[in-house]
Design a protein around this ligand. Structure first.
Ligand SMILES: Nc1ncnc2c1ncn2[C@@H]1O[C@H](COP(=O)(O)OP(=O)(O)OP(=O)(O)O)[C@@H](O)[C@H]1O
Ligand SMILES: [Mg+2]
Length: 237
């Protein structure tokens, strides 16, 4: 049995009088690969924002490795080991690829030299050949890799990838998937939020589906693909 790395209980987020999320109960196991699917506006990014500390939930609790983090600021949650990549890559412009990693490293406790750590993370995502290049010169795939690398510098226990493959070709999707699989093999739990259905199905051990802020289905990829409710809400069938 896996230990629980992240546990959400009764989490709700309200914007004005509109409840964008919840109440949601969801546990994620140590080293698990969890996929999150759901139509546009289902509350997926809002959920991630409640986990990472961009938002504090209006109700409910978020526990990470047994600690109640519901009221912690985002940078403190990151320090504890929660990392995320953004739906739209946000590189620091006017800086090289290496410098883009040295900035977040200033906020991390790492063993040894920060430059060595940055280079080793860049190698793990396949960006070794680009370390001295300005971030503006990167391709879409390389920007996605840089986004992942920036999330990984702090050696997280949980990585949340919000649409890390949007806009990529099939070959490029395979490349990002293999980076995420390799990371997961090193013990990092991964939450993948993705609209690219075959990618999330290949990757995930378990998938949960959201609709209008509610978790409406959960199961293996096969179970989710065959779930009539998921077909209705997600595929419009
Ligand atoms: N800061 C905000 N203020 C007001 N409403 C918001 C805010 N953020 C999100 N919402 C609303 O909450 C709902 C959920 O949005 P969210 O971004 O979580 O959806 P999503 O599942 O990530 O969608 P997508 O697949 O398009 O990324 C939407 O109706 C959205 O308009
Ligand atoms: Mg989103």
């Amino acid at each position: 049995m896996r230990e629980t790395v992240l546990s959400l209980k009764g989490v709700e987020k309200v914007f004005g009088s509109f409840r964008a999320l919840g109440p949601v109960d969801l546990d994620i196991g140590d080293g698990e690969r969890l996929g999150i699917i759901g139509p546009n506006g289902a509350g997926k990014t809002t959920l991630i924002n409640c986990i990472t500390g961009v938002y504090r939930p209006d109700k409910g609790s978020v526990h990470f490795r047994g600690q109640d983090i519901s009221h912690l600021e985002a940078h403190k949650r990151a320090r504890l080991g929660i990392a995320r990549s953004f739906q739209i890559p946000r590189p620091f412009t006017g800086m090289t690829v290496l410098e883009n990693l040295l900035v977040p490293l200033d906020y991390c406790d790492v063993e040894g030299s920060k430059e060595q750590r940055a280079k080793s993370v860049l190698k793990s995502v396949g960006l070794s050949g680009r370390i001295s290049h300005p971030s503006e010169s990167l391709s879409q795939l390389e920007l996605r890799k840089l986004e992942l690398a920036r999330a990984l510098v702090g050696n997280p226990k949980l990585l949340i990838a919000d649409e890390a493959m949007a806009g990529l070709s099939e070959e490029e999707i395979d490349e990002v998937l293999s980076i995420l699989m390799k990371l997961n093999g090193q013990g990092v739990a991964v939450i993948m939020i993705e609209h690219i259905m075959h990618a999330v199905m290949r990757f995930s051990e378990r998938i949960v589906c959201f609709e209008t802020g509610q978790l409406v289905a959960a199961g293996t990829s096969k179970e989710i693909a065959e779930n009539p409710l998921v077909q209705k809400v997600y595929f419009g069938e």
